[in-house]
Design a protein around this ligand. Sequence first.
Ligand SMILES: Cc1ncc(COP(=O)(O)O)c(C=O)c1O
Length: 396
Amino acid sequence: MIPTVLPTYNRAPLAFIKGEGSWLLAEDGRRYLDLGAGIAVNALGHAHPELVQALTDQAAKLWHVSNIYIIPEQQLLADMLVDRTFADSVFFTNSGTEAAELAIKMARKFHFDAGQPDRSEIIAFEGAFHGRSTGAIAAAGSEKMVKGFGPLMPGFTHLKWPGNDQGHDAIRAAITNQTCAVMIEPIQGEGGIRMVPVQCLKGLRDLCDSTGTLLIFDEVQCGMGRTGRLFAHEWAGVSPDIMMVAKGIGGGFPLGAVLATERAASGMTAGTHGSTYGGNPLGCAVGAKVTGIVSDPAFLAEVARKAALFRQGLESLVARHPQVFEAVRGEGLMLGLKCKPAPGDVVKAGYAAGVLTVAAADNVLRLLPALNIPDEDIAEALTRLDQAASTLHQTA
Ligand SMILES: Cc1ncc(COP(=O)(O)O)c(C=O)c1O
């Protein structure tokens, strides 16, 4: 008999009843150190007092009004994002996949309005993940996500991950007079914490500029302070035309956004897009609080300091357990451990040791802790990961 909850997830046999900072309390009374943070969602940990306050204050005032009215909390958050980024304008969604939908629509509409309706093709990359809507799965294009769901939305070209010179040449060769945009995660999350080299992001920007192609960055996972900059692309000193944001921006409340330059957004006039819940007062009140906290340069410097501390510990972990781990990768607190066994087995060993991590493609274990994880919890995380790794080579 089919479960009452549609069985689309491979769930771990764990149910949590309370969260505090980097810790989760399970139904059976065990405490787990959370290095997954809801897959990069709980940017400030669980039950952060300022976020709880922002949410409950807003809940006592007003939960929902339609986007047919002005929503002051939305206006405030949009102003904050515009003030802190390349963007001139923001549309709010409830999720990353909805942000992908709008990014695709916005890019196509831009060229349509410029009198080039044939420029509808979007270049995306192997290993990418942009969400689970039909547009987002067509964009990512992996067999695992698209099989059985055809016919897929046309208009996507898939290239190999562009981590080297050949990758760059391949992008150059793939851009034609029908190319609308290039869509890329500066650091692939689901794809296994794979970083696009800074040189490549710069080259991509140049290529897009010289061909009139729009550049879309998907910073749903790597954005909102995760790498020690507000957005990961800032490390490369280039900015996109359109950017997708979600996960961390709501700190656990469902919220996403598309940020764009005035030029890229020029086609999105009244009536061209909308959402019932996107940009609701609750989400935006929390989002403004998160954005205020994580964009503070002192907070970002702390993320970088904690990341260096964690990384150093992870390097020794790799050295101590060469049968289990091969290398550390990533930037800031978006870290990956390349594993020798299947990462799912390492995740399970972590459950037994009371530490939560997340598997990704490319045999990688993801570590995406709260950005404000205390130093003592980093030390405890390393101890628990060490325990988990030890049990794995005992059984190997
Ligand atoms: C890079 C990236 N883009 C888009 C998405 C989709 O976001 P959501 O699950 O909120 O729809 C995700 C989710 O994991 C993601 O990591």
